[in-house]
Design a protein around this ligand. Structure first.
Ligand code: ATP
Ligand code: MG
Length: 724
């Protein structure tokens, strides 16, 4: 048998891993050393050499994007497609198991998935019912508590109710569970926990899957949490061939309960584990790799590994100190335009990575104004936009009238005269009779005099609308069903009227949703036994928007550092490197969390193949506040000889003198420049402080906060400012 295509593209250590004897293997290796490559080759090896079938493989990873790539690579190596192979994320695979075995899991057949915003609303409602004071017990805190308990595999009964604090939390948790049950919904954490419980309670099912999944492969193992570890161990059983790969230096989900100790735990749970190491990095230039190695060496408590490369030295890491976030975005966009135009890079070769989602906006605006196509991964996900969620809530209600979260969302969107008082009455009745909001509402409508006539009419119209839509659209294709619902519910008209912001965008989003529904049904991504509507709704809840229109277009890639895990790009811009932002201010006090931030920086740096550009801003407006930033310690922790500071930056100059920029403009009389925060004098407005600058040369403008008249923008060339 010729397996040269499986073996040739590997080095010796990688080959040894791919061809390891069946049993337990752990590949522990640094970034870019080929772990994911080894894992996909191993899967193909099992089929082609060990004689197993794709049907007997279970391959797990963390993001939809990574799962899709992994499936594609394995199928290419096997020369097949659509093989019935189970490749997915923990949540996606759990969802699939629960759909197949909803009865054993104790769920209604058409159960829906609650995303985190809906979950928050439901927790809030439960708290209101229990009269828990939101000021003392913030909703988010309770939501976090519930998810953390589920991630640890604990139900309300497992908690210590003698402790007053835990007791209160457990009470809310229990009531929340009851509300989920009566609505027929499950949250993300529940997908995992419910699957584990189902398998534990149905040994015949467990036996079936253990026989089926004789080979289990897991990527990014360092980020598994308690319940995921349990899930894996349960499905793998004592016999399976288990192949896991991971890197303790890239563990970045500790804040969400991931435990890097699972790497050690695996070795002690399976004492026959063969540990393999890969040390050659194939991704980055030696400059980038050296910087990454130096940074991560500052962490204590590492399993320790060496990483080297034969790659060329490459360019130094470029560092740009911007004076504010606008200037940062301008610099990044100019750089990337020149890379694309002059050096012929594809737009998708370039990634902009940041610590938190809120940072994407400035870059998006700058890209938009230059008409450069871009894509934000994992930001406000497409399916989380309000208008999309409203549309989906109608569909959910049509699929399952007991979905109270969906009913709350649309009962008065668009407004149809169902007031707060009516809603309160419905909620109260639901609570007293322990039924869903829909049933309570129907009951109130049917019993004469329970509601004032106007309210009863409005409610009756709503209930009738939903029932009619359900009956009339039952046989339609998904996309047509959606069209009908958008029109007949007047949701489309309502969205179009929205004057406050971007109605046009929202209408386009609704159109895109229809396209997504059409593609979804055409691609037949539907498991047997699931109706198309339920399948589409689950897809919307689980999918990070990767299937949205435009995904195939050549776009600049924007994402948080967390979502960049496992990916690589020829050019990476690592932006917002300021103390307080990255490392995040919440983590600088605690050594453990600071080390996690440092691992995140390590992940960011090691995404780059050829060029790495870092930026920070000395002033930043974030969440509506101005902050003054100093360079992140992660910059200072890099060997200085690897970093090249892009020095002379934009500055505003006196009349007639061109602004200098990036060292490209000619000499500038230093006395003519004004720095941010400097005090200046204007002939009419008096004294003030320089706040901001923008534009170049004769177009340069400067913002000054005058003591007497407040902030003003002036054209620098005519302002005749003098330093005080
Ligand atoms: P990460 O820790 O970031 O997930 P990884 O260890 O999974 O990284 P891969 O993504 O598998 O690393 O590989 C990094 C890059 O190196 C990829 O572009 C891959 O194709 C390439 N690569 C891996 N092994 C080899 C090899 N033996 N020869 C040539 N290229 C290789
Ligand atoms: Mg990888």
């Amino acid at each position: 048998m010729d397996v040269s295509d499986l073996i040739d593209p590997l080095n010796d250590a990688q080959r040894e891993a791919v061809a390891a004897p069946l049993g337990r293997a752990l590949v522990l290796a640094g970034a870019g050393s080929g772990k994911t490559r080894v894992l996909t080759h191993r899967a193909a090896w099992l089929v082609r050499v060990e004689g197993t079938t794709p049907y007997n493989l279970l391959a797990v990873t963390f993001t939809n994007k990574a799962a899709a790539e992994m499936r594609g690579r394995i199928e290419r190596l096997l020369g097949i497609s659509g093989s019935g192979m189970w490749v997915g994320t923990f949540h996606g695979l759990s969802h699939r198991l629960l759909r197949l075995h909803w009865k054993e899991a104790g769920l209604p057949q058409g159960f829906q998935i609650l995303d985190s915003e809906d979950q928050r609303r439901l927790v809030k409602r439960v708290m209101r019912d229990l009269e828990v004071d939101e000021n003392r017990w913030p909703v988010r805190q309770l939501q976090g508590f519930i998810n953390a308990r589920k991630d640890a595999g604990e139900r309300p009964d497992d908690l210590d109710s003698n402790d007053p604090y835990t007791g209160q939390m457990a009470r809310v948790y229990a009531a929340y569970e009851a509300a989920c049950r009566s609505a027929g919904v499950v949250d993300f954490a529940e997908l995992m926990l419910r699957t584990v419980e189902m398998l534990q309670n149905h040994l015949e099912l467990l036996g079936h899957y253990r026989r089926r999944f004789a080979h289990v492969l897991v990527d990014e193992f360092q980020d598994t949490n308690g319940i995921q570890y349990q899930w894996l161990k349960l499905l793998a059983g004592p016999e399976a061939d288990v192949f896991i790969v991971g890197d303790d230096d890239q563990s970045i989900y500790g804040w969400r309960g991931a435990r890097v100790e699972n790497l050690q735990r695996f070795r002690s749970d399976y004492s026959d584990t063969r540990v393999l190491r890969l040390e050659q990095n194939y991704r980055s230039t030696s400059t980038i790799l050296e910087a990454a190695n130096a940074l991560i060496a500052l962490n204590s408590d590492r399993l320790g590994k060496k990483l080297w490369t034969e790659g060329e030295q490459g360019d130094p890491i470029a560092l740009y100190a911007a004076f504010n976030e606008q200037d940062e975005a301008r610099f990044v966009i100019e750089r990337l335009v020149s890379l694309i135009d002059d050096q012929g890079l594809a737009r998708s070769d370039v990634a902009i990575l940041y610590r938190s989602n809120a940072q994407s906006r400035t870059f998006e605006e700058a890209l938009l104004s230059r008409r450069i196509p871009y894509r934000v991964y994992g930001g406000l996900r497409f399916f989380e936009r309000a208008e999309i969620k409203d549309a989906l809530a109608y569909l959910r209600l049509i699929a399952n009238r007991d979905d109270s979260a969906a009913l709350e969302r649309v009962i008065n969107t668009p407004t149809r005269g169902i007031g707060n008082r009516t809603l309160e009455a419905i909620r109260l009745a639901a609570r007293e009779q322990d039924v869903s909001l829909w049933r309570a509402a129907s009951g109130l409508f049917a019993s004469h005099g329970a509601l004032p006539a106007r309210a009863a009419n409005a409610l009756g119209a709503f209930l009738g609308l939903i029932d009619r839509l359900a009956a009339e659209t039952a046989d339609m294709a998904l996309a047509d069903q959606l069209e009908t619902v958008l029109d007949r519910s007047s949701l489309r008209a309502h969205v179009g009227k929205d004057r406050s912001e971007r109605a046009q965008d929202k209408l386009e989003n609704l159109d895109e949703l229809i396209t997504a529904a059409r593609n979804f049904q055409q691609d037949a991504q539907i498991d047997e036994g699931m109706d198309p509507l339920t399948a589409f709704l689950s897809h919307a809840a689980l999918e990070a928007g990767e299937g949205q229109a435009g995904a195939w277009e050549d776009c600049v890639q924007l994402m948080t550092l967390h979502s960049a895990k496992g990916l690589e790009f020829p050019v990476v811009f690592l932006v917002g490197l300021e103390e307080g932002l990255f490392p995040h201010r919440m983590s600088v006090e605690e050594p453990g969390r600071l080390e996690e931030e440092r691992r995140l920086a390590y992940v960011g740096i090691t995404r780059a193949r050829q060029q790495l550009v870092m930026t920070y801003a000395e002033r930043r407006r974030l969440h509506g506040r101005d902050e003054f930033g100093i360079a992140s310690r992660f910059i200072r922790e890099l060997p200085p000889e690897l970093v090249d500071e892009v020095r002379a930056r934009f500055s505003v100059t006196g009349p007639g003198v061109a602004a200098s920029q990036g060292g490209m403009a000619g000499a500038v009389a230093p006395e003519a420049e004004f720095g941010l925060g400097e005090r200046v004098q204007h002939s009419r407005f008096g004294e003030g402080v320089v706040l901001d600058c923008e534009g170049n040369g004769p177009n340069a403008r400067i913002q000054v906060n005058f003591d007497a008249v407040g902030a003003k923008w002036l054209v620098a060339a005519y302002a005749n400012l003098e330093r005080v």
